[in-house]
Design a protein around this ligand. Structure first.
Ligand SMILES: Cc1ncc(COP(=O)(O)O)c(C=O)c1O
Length: 373
């Protein structure tokens, strides 16, 4: 039954070069990694590993229950307080992932009385959040503040939330945050900014909202993931304390989900503390992206990602395979994971890469790209 149903769908994907395949990493492999999102290079930092191991010994292997039952530990609250202080926000609330943080906050603010206005390049988690929110959703052209304002001005709904990212996950360009926050204020709306790729990277690590002077405002909400620069897992919603209180009471992805693992909290907390004690780390990310961008003659990105457009999905996968065979892991992004339908190699920076690593990687990638064109 499922073979008849799903088989033709799988065949159609294969023909278009869009089949996704899991490629498990093996322990101890020696690749230059330009595919992972360990931006600050802290996933194997002994201080982060020790903190997670200590938490395992103290709290055990799981959080045992949802946050409102017995899943909240002192570590959860410590991490929330430190993240809020670092991002310049009044409060923070952890979720099990960045995906759930976006679902959790958008659905808790959504409903028929709330309009959602979304940048066309936002991450799938914000798109899915809009679908789940039972709100009218208007999608506007990328980074177009006037288009957002027009939709806000013409709405019938009492409330409105604008959805954007600070640095976008594929093109790594930046949103005009000060203008968006001003538009939100002018139209009595709320601005939600996903800083998944901003935390630890932009604004000297504090994120783009902080750098733009828009942190701590009563109409600006930030979401983040702990799975990238924070070398862990989990997500967080940051904003006014009244929002945190609302989410605790009304956000289903918060209420009905087992709390984030204490070891993940401890790892993120340790990574955040390393970042604060070594504030030069974000600059190393930007040096690495500049190095890669120069090697391929593309503009320096605002965020931690260098994207190289490819002629099509088949060539993208083939080039990534060739790179891996030659010791370099790169991301191969194809529709629907690219905002403009253009398949690309996605290279992510890591503060731990040396310039020799980056030279070697650039050489391997250039050879692979030349081979598939
Ligand atoms: C922009 C953006 N938002 C949200 C997420 C989801 O975060 P998580 O992986 O923690 O679920 C990601 C990527 O994973 C992302 O790139």
């Amino acid at each position: 039954m499922l073979g008849d149903w799903l088989g033709p769908k799988a065949a159609a994907l294969e023909t278009r070069g869009l089949t996704r395949r899991l490629r498990p990493r093996v322990a101890g492999e020696d690749l230059i990694d330009l595919a992972g999102n360990d931006y600050l290079g802290l996933t194997h930092d002994p201080r982060v590993i020790e903190a997670a191991a200590d938490a395992l010994r103290i709290w055990g292997t799981g959080s045992t229950a949802s946050r409102l039952v017995s899943g909240t530990t002192s570590l959860h609250e410590e991490l929330e307080d430190e993240l809020a202080a670092y991002a310049g926000q009044e409060s923070a609330l952890l979720f099990s992932s960045g995906y759930l943080a976006n679902l959790g906050v958008v659905t808790a603010l959504g409903g028929p009385g709330t309009l959602l206005v979304s940048d066309e390049h936002v991450h799938a988690s914000l798109i899915d959040a809009g679908r789940l929110a039972r709100s009218r959703v208007e999608v506007v052209p990328h980074n177009d503040v006037d288009a957002m304002s027009k939709v806000l001005a013409e709405r019938n709904e009492q409330y409105a939330v604008m959805l954007t990212e600070s640095v976008f996950s594929v093109l790594s360009d930046e949103a005009p945050l000060a203008d968006l926050a001003a538009a939100a204020r002018a139209h009595d709306a709320v601005l939600l900014v996903d800083e998944a790729h901003g935390l630890g990277v932009t604004g000297d690590g504090h994120g783009s909202v902080h750098a733009a002077g828009q942190a701590g405002l009563d109409h600006v909400i930030v979401t983040m993931t702990l799975s990238k620069a924070m070398a862990s897992q989990g997500g967080v919603v940051l904003g006014p304390a009244v929002l945190r209180e609302h989410l605790i009471n009304r956000s289903r992805p918060f209420i009905y989900d087992t709390a984030l693992n204490p070891a993940a909290c401890a790892a993120a907390l340790a990574a955040l503390r390393v970042l604060q004690s070594e504030p030069d780390r974000p600059a190393a990310i930007h040096r690495a992206t500049a190095h890669l961008a120069d090697a391929f003659d593309v503009p320096h990105p605002a965020g931690p990602v260098v994207s190289l457009p490819m002629p099509g999905p088949h060539q993208t996968v083939r080039a990534a395979d060739l790179c891996r065979a030659d010791g370099v892991r790169v991301g191969s992004f194809r529709p629907p994971s690219v905002p403009d339908n253009i398949s690309r190699l996605r290279l992510t920076a890591n503060a731990g890469l040396t310039s020799n690593d980056l030279d070697r990687a650039a050489e391997v990638i250039a050879a692979a790209v030349a081979q598939v064109y």
